[in-house]
Design a protein around this ligand. Structure first.
Ligand code: FO1
Length: 316
């Protein structure tokens, strides 16, 4: 059975994985998920990207936000407002159960990978969900004229509406890949870099010692999907972050970041004109529709990505 690995952030990766699981057996897919957005609030261990992938594959994600559960209620948050508690990060009543469970299991000595497996089994998810590491890694951003802040402070509290001039991943250099991560990369027939933010979703994965090296070694089987279409991110601040950090905010900018470890880049038809420039960087540009507005389009994007590293036989 051919095996596929998807290097994953949150919302974009989750949609891609859901599409992929419609065209490949779910148990042949491994998602290696970013943990650098994780943080503690109210004493609870919160892992947004893992949970977004979990709820999406369980077909339970809130379709409006792309994170949290659909049909969620907010009674605990409303009650917390009474005490003027920390309500800037919205934890739904149902979602809170997952954070309570994870926090308790980690306190008992389980690893994040073990808890992630338990949670995905509870949702009957067949895709293998692996946090990239069991070690704490935390994104910190330097805000112009202000200093360093935590990821969720940037992303949610400030709605990524401040200019940044540096990003770092605290703890990454001391972290080791979670059990099974390097094996999955080395055994995969296809490795997809999901359409996630290159700086703060894919960046932290590459910062864990051993991951970038494993991708470089398997470069012929690595295809990336550009999260930038027509110079814009479909969701989130990836376009602005790229330009604030000195990269071109386009599929070409993504190509130059990913060229060291990817042999192909799936770009949207809107960016077709960039194909030659991208190919000149030494990374094959493959043009397709990449907007995942529904499940069948997500499956189509997944098929295009898979075919980009493994061209289908033509009748010729
Ligand atoms: N994103 C928001 O913009 N506002 C929120 O209040 C918020 C709450 C939240 C709760 C649980 C969860 O798993 C994710 C949540 N997110 C929220 C999304 C999350 O902060 C980001 O999408 C990721 O960290 C970026 O990939």
């Amino acid at each position: 059975m051919s095996k596929t690995v998807v290097m994953s952030g949150g919302v974009g990766a989750a949609k891609f994985l859901r599409g992929l699981s419609k065209i490949h057996p779910p148990d042949s897919i491994t998602a290696i998920i970013n943990v650098a957005d994780d943080f503690r609030l109210h004493g609870l261990a919160i892992s947004p990207d893992i949970d977004t992938v979990t709820y999406t594959l369980a077909e339970q994600v809130n379709p409006e936000t792309g994170w949290g559960q659909k049909g969620e209620t907010w009674r605990v948050m409303s009650e917390l407002e009474r005490y003027k508690g920390q309500t800037w990060f919205s934890l739904g009543d149902l979602d809170l159960a997952l954070h309570l469970y994870r926090t308790q299991r980690l306190a008992e000595g389980s690893t994040l990978a073990e808890v992630t497996k338990e949670v995905s089994a509870a949702w009957e998810i067949e895709v293998n969900l692996l946090p990239v590491t069991n070690h704490p890694v935390r994104t910190r951003l330097t805000v112009e004229g202000e200093g360093d802040i935590d990821f969720q402070d940037y992303f949610v509290a400030r709605q990524h509406d401040v200019a940044i001039n540096a990003v770092r991943f605290d703890g990454a250099s001391d972290a080791i890949p979670a059990p099974g991560v390097l094996e999955a990369i080395n055994e995969a027939s296809h490795i997809v870099i999901a359409p996630s933010n290159p700086i703060v979703s894919i960046g932290p994965l590459l910062a864990i010692p051993g991951i970038l090296e494993a991708l470089v070694q398997n470069k012929e089987r690595v295809v990336a999907v550009s999260p930038i279409i027509g110079g814009l991110a479909l969701k989130g601040p990836a376009d602005r972050m790229l330009s604030e950090l000195g990269h071109e905010p386009s599929a070409l900018g993504v190509a130059s970041l990913y060229q060291p470890f990817s042999s192909a880049l799936l770009i949207d038809t809107a960016d077709k004109h960039l194909s030659t420039k991208i190919s000149n960087l030494g990374i094959k540009a493959v043009v397709a529709n990449t907007v995942m507005s529904d499940i069948s389009k997500a499956a189509q994007v997944a098929l295009s990505a898979i075919n980009a590293t493994n061209p289908p036989l033509t009748g010729a």
